[in-house]
Write a protein that binds this ligand. Structure first.
Ligand code: A3P
Length: 302
């Protein structure tokens, strides 16, 4: 399955990290140990940030944003794997290049992805009034996707069993912390900064409509045929077979797609195949308590 993209990385193996707290939010040690570098990053006014809680469709948005930026030029968007075209800001896993090293080499306008909760985004992004595309996905599908992701990548701590992981997720004791705090934090900030707040479920429902929102936010005008091309090339079925989008360029010692594919299902409602009735009841009750004071509403949660 692996490609020859970086032959020098073929034998790469990664050891599962511990979680470490940063301002009470758990992170893989490889993020926490490099925090000074993250915190002091100097943003530029035309930097575009793609922000998500993990497994909310980040890669999907990265592909769409790159396609918009390249005016639907599919060949251009196959110039490198998605994690190099739109680097992962807080990524520090030896011997791979760090996110910031890749970003430093980019010409403006630069695009990058982050999973940071809003309160930990380096202040220079706000001083420079940068734009952010935020994508949120319903908690249950996010959790299911995160569980399978933990199984297949050594860059995350051991997930334990499904029911153990479910408990950890509800308590926010997973990498990048509480889903609830993450989405509520960004939701509250959305009118204070230049933030386009999108939902995974909306993009699934009508990708064209949401792609147009993103293009408008990026101040790009797209011809009709370009829009159709972007819809097609960012669809799950096309992305899952695109080595420049599906992470098969990453060695199996880091991500083992024989355990679970990175492009796993790409559906809304797969949680129904994982939760027991009683897990679902507990989750709903806990969810209602966590979200009671927020005006943020998700579809397809129940
Ligand atoms: P599943 O595990 O539910 O399949 P991220 O990029 O934030 O890590 O999110 C990964 C999730 O987004 C995975 O969810 C993946 O399949 C899904 N995904 C990736 N590309 C997609 C696309 N084009 N359409 C729908 N879902 C997509």
């Amino acid at each position: 399955m692996e490609l020859d993209y970086h032959p020098e990385l073929q034998g790469l193996t990664v050891r599962r990290p511990q979680l470490k707290l940063l301002q009470d939010v758990p992170f893989p040690a490889w993020v926490a140990d490099n925090w000074e570098t993250v915190k002091t990053f100097q943003a530029r006014p035309d930097d575009l940030l793609i922000a998500t809680y993990p497994k909310s469709g980040t890669t999907w948005i990265q592909e769409i944003v790159d396609l918009i930026n390249e005016n639907g030029d599919v060949k251009m968007c196959k110039r490198a794997p998605v994690y190099e075209r739109i680097p992962f800001f807080e990524f520090f896993l030896d011997p791979l290049p760090t996110g910031i090293e890749l970003i430093d080499k980019m010409a403006s306008p630069r695009m990058m992805k982050t999973h940071l909760p809003i309160q930990l985004v380096p202040k220079s992004f706000w001083e420079q009034d940068c734009k952010t595309i935020l994508v949120a996905r319903n908690a249950k599908d996010c959790l299911v996707s995160y569980f399978h992701f933990h199984r297949m990548t050594e860059s995350m701590p051991e997930p334990g069993t499904w029911s153990e992981f479910l408990q950890k997720f509800m308590k926010g004791r997973v990498s990048w912390g509480s889903w609830y705090d993450h989405v509520k934090g960004w939701w509250e900030a959305k009118d204070k900064h230049r933030i386009l707040f999108l939902f995974y479920e909306d993009i699934k429902e009508n990708p064209r409509r949401e792609i147009l929102k993103m293009a408008k936010f990026m101040e790009k005008v797209l011809e009709q045929d370009v829009i159709e091309k972007i819809v097609h090339h960012s669809s799950f079925d096309v992305m899952k077979d695109n080595p420049m989008a599906n992470y098969t360029t990453i060695p199996t010692g880091f991500m083992d797609q024989n355990i679970s594919r990175f492009m796993r299902k790409g559906e809304v409602g797969d949680w129904k195949n994982h939760f027991t009735v009683s897990q679902n009841e507990d989750f709903d009750e806990h969810y209602a308590r966590q979200m009671v004071h927020s005006s943020l509403k998700f579809r397809n949660v129940l």
